[in-house]
Design a protein around this ligand. Structure first.
Ligand code: SF4
Length: 346
């Protein structure tokens, strides 16, 4: 479910060639295991549309077909069993073609997401208005087109690279339409900067009470998009559970490879739903305090690390065995499904 009282969902998009069924199914599986709840795939041609049936049959999460311009691709995708379309009605040049798409979507009861992107606004479209105004007006125009065909299974997205433009476009339209919003900052950039831009744009809107599903767009691995999306929801208390890694920035006092261990730990914990707090600290300055507040933690020392579990010191472990010891305690906690030892002390 998207919209209404449904939890806000995290989605992402495959980066494989959709015609490569094996690679696409494999990537969707990885995304789903990482916590992705809706997956979108590009449908550039009929071969890609035909591949969707096999992909859908082996896909554990809802699949959305991303269509531009060609109504035949949309109909082929619907017939292949997809669970939603991303399509701009205004990009389908003839009304009768759009009516065919809408009729097929209605028959299958699948939604259409109207997606307006600041980068692809028609050049002459309401040139006297600001970009957010133009985005909102274009989205409304597309929505009214679908409504004129008695279709209401609509999701809406208004995306720009610019955070404030994205926010303003939503502010204009949010109270005027009753449909769920898919949030994102488009073409946000490489992972480091793109995550920051996305967290700000999506975070501001979610905090305003706008948004029903989110996608972080990064020039990078889709798993990073899923990680970032989940982290945004967790940071705003919109998603419960999942691991948190408390790791220090390291400094000249560090007696542990905090950066390497926390990075390997992120990979290990990807997709874990259990609420779990893990501390990786470089030395005794803040190490014991953070480890005591965590479910599992390590703090660097001379040749050894102090290993904590459930808020209490467990034992000293040779530094080279620190990661293995940490994983051993975490997997034991996950196996018992209990992280209340330390969390109850927080
Ligand atoms: S915990 Fe120690 S190593 Fe880490 S930043 Fe603080 S002082 Fe530096």
């Amino acid at each position: 479910m998207v919209g209404g009282n449904a939890p806000i969902s995290v989605q992402s998009m495959t980066k494989t060639d959709t015609r490569d069924i094996k690679a696409t199914v494999e990537q969707i599986g990885q995304m789903a295991r990482a916590g992705c709840q809706i997956v979108r795939a590009a449908v550039p041609d009929m071969e890609a549309a035909a591949a969707l049936a096999a992909i859908r049959a082996r896909t554990p999460v809802p699949l959305v077909a991303d269509i531009h311009f060609d109504h035949r691709l949309a109909i082929a995708a619907i017939n292949a069993g997809v669970d939603g379309l991303r399509l701009n009605p205004g990009n389908i040049s003839r009304r009768e073609h759009l009516e065919k798409v809408v009729s097929s979507a209605r028959e299958r009861q699948i939604p259409i997401r109207v997606g307006v992107n600041a980068g692809s606004l028609p050049a002459d479209y309401r040139a006297d208005e600001s970009v957010p105004q133009r985005m909102a007006a274009l989205a409304e125009e597309h929505i009214r087109l679908l409504e004129s065909m008695d279709f209401g299974l609509i999701k809406v997205s208004l995306k720009a690279f610019d955070v404030l433009t994205t926010v303003q476009a939503h502010e204009i339209i949010a109270d005027r339409i009753p449909y769920p919003f898919h949030l994102g900052i488009t073409e946000a950039g490489p992972p480091a900067t793109g995550t920051v831009r996305s967290a700000l744009g999506i975070g501001i809107l979610l905090h305003m009470g706008i948004g029903d599903t989110i996608r972080v767009s990064l020039s990078g691995d889709p798993l990073l998009e899923v990680d970032a999306g989940r982290e945004i929801l967790r940071a705003l208390d919109l998603m419960q559970g999942g691991p948190s890694i408390i790791s220090c920035p390291t400094c000249g006092r560090a007696m542990l490879d905090v950066v390497g261990i926390s990075s390997r730990l992120s990979e290990y914990l990807r997709g874990v739903d259990m609420a779990l707090r893990v501390a990786v600290m470089g030395c005794a300055v803040n190490g014991p305090g953070e480890c005591k507040a965590a479910d599992v933690g390590i703090a660097g020392g001379v040749d050894k690390v102090a290993l904590y579990r459930g808020g209490a010191f467990l034992r000293a472990v040779p530094t080279e065995q620190a990661f293995a010891a940490l994983i051993q305690e975490i997997s034991a906690l996950i196996a018992t499904g209990s992280s209340e030892e330390a969390t109850s002390k927080r």
